[in-house]
Design a binder for this molecule. Structure first.
Ligand code: MN
Length: 256
């Protein structure tokens, strides 16, 4: 099996290294990752400047590529050129921090897996759900390898990726694994206005903890209850339930 690993925390992130080491036992692993932290860059891609991919060996001496591009760029670089073999699986992570609910729309980690799914390759995004500085990635890495093995038998539907979040508690305190749907996690949005030494205003966005709707069956609820959350995410953003209603609005009249 050929596995392409990327992340949005950058090539030197511990989570990427632990993930890579875990996959070494079952796969040929290729690493193409951003050369710097790129968290919350969403699904942005680089079209208007050159993309670099420099060989930067990882801590264990294994080859890897560091790119000035985004996580999605790294997947494209891997799938379209750097990896000469057929890639069987794209794995993005292990992210330092949760990717839950509406985080998904900001997430570089999840966007990289989306890029894999768009390219028709089975893809997984995996995160440990904590912002604490010291994180144990071993449970997440081991689980990800087991899921990768499972995906060899049970293929994901087309255009679907898996978004996995692991609670940041000791393995003995993890209650189980839940298949979940995307929940609701809102950042209430604080904007702090300051002045620079020249007297010009500048702003800091965010800072507040998110507010979760702890609905049953959601990823946010699973993590709140110390379950591992596995969400199948589809690339179809259509609201199918609203489609018929919008068709009945008489849209053609807008051209009168
Ligand atoms: Mn990140």
């Amino acid at each position: 099996m050929n596995v392409l690993i990327t992340n949005d925390d950058g090539i030197h992130a511990e989570g990427l290294y632990v993930l890579k080491q875990a996959f070494d036992s079952i796969a040929n692993v290729y690493v193409v990752a951003p050369d710097r932290p790129r968290s919350a860059c969403g699904h942005s891609i680089t079209l208007h400047k050159p993309l670099r991919a420099d060989r930067v060996p990882l801590r264990d001496g294994s080859p890897a590529y560091a790119s000035n591009g985004t996580p999605s760029d790294c997947v494209s670089l891997g799938l379209l050129g750097i990896v000469e073999e057929k890639v069987d699986l794209v794995v993005s992570g292990i992210n330092h921090g949760p990717n839950l609910g509406w985080d998904l729309t900001y997430s570089g980690t999840v966007s990289a897996a989306m890029e894999g799914a768009i390219s028709g390759v089975q893809s997984i995004a995996i995160s440990v759900a904590t912002h604490k500085p010291s994180v144990d990635y071993t449970v997440a890495a081991k689980l990800c390898v087991r899921i990768a093995q499972m995906l060899r038998e049970r293929k994901l539907p087309e255009s679907t990726l898996l978004n996995i979040n692991v609670p940041a508690v000791p393995a003995s305190e993890i209650k189980g694994i839940m298949a979940t749907k995307v929940g609701k996690r809102r950042y209430m949005g604080s904007l702090e206005k300051r002045s620079d030494p020249m007297g010009r205003d500048y702003y800091w966005l965010g800072g507040d903890l998110p507010v979760d709707s702890l609905d049953e069956g959601t990823d946010v609820k699973a993590i709140a209850d110390n379950y591992i959350s596995i969400t199948p995410v589809h690339l179809d953003l259509t609201d199918h339930s609203a489609l018929d209603s919008i068709r009945s609005w008489g849209l053609d009249n807008l051209l009168d």
